[in-house]
Design a protein around this ligand. Structure first.
Ligand SMILES: Nc1ncnc2c1ncn2[C@@H]1O[C@H](COP(=O)(O)OP(=O)(O)OP(=O)(O)O)[C@@H](O)[C@H]1O
Length: 425
């Protein structure tokens, strides 16, 4: 049977901006690895100096790298690692194995991932033995011994980068690090060096002192970027990402200044620039303007806040619900005592065991640290001190996320929230 030729309805036409904004938007994405890293020369040099003995067949020291999010830790390590891979000889090859421990967070997965990466890496494409170790099912000892086989076959040096190493340690203890920091004594023709990256140093408390001392033979701290440094980073990327004259120095300076106000996060600055460009594109504008940066910042903040509320543990959500309920009845400032009273009523109606006064106060502090609420301690002289709690900005977005949960929708005491949620006010 002949089918009719397809006739386009022109659905997408109205969304295409005739003014071209992006030349290559991919360079603004997190996954892009820049060829140059402005303002990271000192850190590049330090890592290169530590890893240099690898080129003469020696095993470099393990490195622990610490710094706030978006300070270029991953980008810098990948940059130096790639240089080393390219400079090493085929008789004594050096390879970088990068693992993100946010998702690869058990000993089994870490060991299997390294083995599978190494075994697929150095063989001809036709011989690749992809995924030699299954995703589950083996005993950990068997995975460890297979990893040793694979490393021996490959020879040379493997630089194993454990990005977000704190997540691995907090999820599954320090056994993986214990085994990896000792693996060299079981190897003959190959060696392993570990680079741990983290933005949360508290994980060190979970490590056995011996593991800690071999993991942190060298320690490096990446400082946050200031506004001028972020401006240089954005300039470099904007030149590749946008068509000429689409983005002014003023817009770049504004994105840099806003990201520097937080904690000098290059990722945040790049997101701000990309989302500003996307808003300009959607609007059919010829240039990215200050108003686009302002809207982009609002969008990003809403997204971050919603994501943060969505992922709160159940008890924190109940504490937050109690405060939303108080705000919906017109109260602007609450004391922790009054929040706890409402919390108990909400928990009872949800058939959830109420936590102690102390635990609820801890949860209130956590919500404060996450920036969802604000607290301040007010002194009443001889009558002691109280903590005042309030929402700094309108609660609509928080309420929308919370009230999407069917448990809360069905809870009678929370119906005032549901009503304003449906009305959207
Ligand atoms: N000096 C720089 N020059 C160019 N781009 C940079 C620089 N520093 C960071 N970036 C870019 O900023 C983004 C975040 O960098 P990176 O992932 O390396 O940060 P990080 O410190 O590892 O952050 P996290 O701890 O959150 O993983 C990436 O897109 C990276 O390319």
């Amino acid at each position: 049977m002949d089918s009719e030729p397809y006739k386009s309805t022109g659905l997408f036409k109205k969304y295409i901006n005739p003014n071209k904004i992006f030349q290559n938007r991919e360079v603004l994405r997190h996954s892009y690895s820049p060829k140059e890293l402005p303002h990271r020369m000192d850190q590049i040099d330090s890592i290169a100096e530590i890893l240099a003995p690898a080129l003469q067949g020696a095993t470099p020291s393990n490195i622990l790298i610490y710094g706030k999010t978006g300070t270029g830790k991953t980008a810098t390590v990948k940059f130096v690692g790639t240089e080393l891979e390219n400079e090493s000889s085929e008789f004594s090859p050096c390879r970088l194995v990068h693992l993100n421990c946010e998702t690869i967070d058990t000993q089994y997965r870490v060991l299997a991932q390294i083995a599978n990466h190494v075994s697929g890496h150095d063989l001809k494409a036709s011989d690749k033995i992809k995924n030699t170790i299954p995703a589950t099912g083996w005993h950990t000892d068997q995975v460890y011994s297979e990893l040793k086989n694979v490393l021996e076959q490959a020879g040379g040096l493997q630089i194993i980068v454990l990005d977000e190493i704190d997540k691995l340690v907090k999820k599954s203890g320090d056994d993986t690090l214990y085994n990896l920091t000792r693996i060299n004594s079981d190897l003959f023709s190959s060696r392993v060096c570990i680079i741990g990256i983290s933005n949360d140093l508290t994980f060190k408390d979970f490590l056995d002192p011996r593991v800690l001392s071999s993991l942190s033979e060298e320690e490096l701290v990446f400082p946050p970027y200031n506004a001028d440094q972020l401006r240089d980073i954005l300039h470099q990327r904007a030149e590749m990402a946008f068509f000429p004259d689409v983005v002014s120095d003023e817009v770049i300076g504004l994105c840099a200044a806003r990201a520097a106000q937080e904690h000098g996060d290059a990722r945040r600055a790049l997101d701000l620039l990309r989302v500003s460009g996307e808003l300009a594109e959607r609007e059919g504008a010829e240039h990215v303007m200050v108003k686009h940066v302002n809207s982009a910042q609002e969008n990003i903040e809403t997204d971050t806040m919603s994501e943060c509320v969505k992922t709160l543990p159940s008890q924190s959500k109940i504490v937050l619900c109690s405060m939303l309920l108080m705000a919906a009845s017109g109260q602007k400032v609450f004391t922790s005592g009054s929040v706890i009273n409402v919390y108990r009523e909400v928990a009872a109606e949800l058939d959830t065991e109420a936590l102690s006064h102390r635990r609820v106060s801890d949860l209130i502090n956590e919500l404060n640290m996450l920036g969802i609420i604000t607290t301040r301690v007010v002194s009443h002289g001889r009558h002691g001190r109280t903590t005042e709690i309030y929402f700094k900005s309108p609660t609509n977005d928080i309420r929308t996320v919370i009230m999407n949960d069917s448990r809360f929708q069905e809870c009678g005491i929370l119906h005032p929230l549901l009503k304003s949620h449906e009305k959207g006010d």
